[in-house]
Ligand binder design. Structure first.
Ligand SMILES: [Mn+2]
Length: 196
């Protein structure tokens, strides 16, 4: 069974289509209209070994808010749908990722229950057209639509480009870990017997 999904989400603010293959090789094609956000989603695909296609037409004449938040909702939905009943997956994943002066921790549980723990200090208001306060909003949207417990914590860092990029890359590595199938796991990895 292939672990893929296709999500289309259209509102008066954004029009989004995403295709995702959990068991990919890191091939991506991303166009959100925000160059730095494209760079982040390409990095996410590359380092999580996901095949990802993202096309977003958003109301960027207002600001980056709706485009980034709604892409997070659609990406979280794509992850949840691609994973199906989560049979034989490792469920938990963690990564502490360095990027020059930055050290970023990401730890997640594909429990079905959404929670975001977020701690990062971004001193610049924006990187390119990406408003830095949208980093938290993006991950909040992903956690709620994917049904995942996600903790992201900046252990060190100064440069906002590094901090945001390390967040996306550590998330990618942790998610790759958590979504891997393990031959030793029979059925759903929960004593409840369900992870939805
Ligand atoms: Mn970069």
């Amino acid at each position: 069974m292939s672990r893929t999904s296709q999500v289309n989400r259209k509102t008066s603010e954004t029009d989004i289509s995403i295709t995702l293959d959990i068991d990919g090789t890191g091939i991506s094609e991303v166009d959100t209209g925000i160059g730095f956000f494209d760079h982040m989603l390409n990095s996410f695909a590359k380092h999580g070994l996901f095949n990802l296609r993202v096309k977003v037409t958003g109301d960027l004449h207002i600001d980056s808010h709706h485009t980034i938040e709604d892409t997070g909702i659609a990406l979280g939905t794509a992850v949840r749908e691609a994973l199906g009943d989560k049979e034989s997956i490792r469920r938990y994943g963690s990564c502490i990722l360095p990027m020059d002066e930055t050290l970023m921790l990401c730890s997640l549980d594909l429990s079905g229950r959404p929670y975001l723990g977020y701690e990062a200090s971004l001193l610049a208001p924006a990187v390119g057209d990406f408003d830095t306060e949208m980093l938290k909003e993006f991950f909040y949207a992903v956690t709620y639509s994917a049904g995942m417990n996600l903790h992201i914590r900046q252990l060190s860092g100064e440069n906002c480009h590094h901090i945001i990029e390390a967040a996306f890359k550590s998330f990618a590595r942790a998610l790759d870990d958590a979504t891997r199938k393990d031959d030793r796991i029979t059925g759903i990895p929960s004593t409840k017997g369900i992870l939805l």
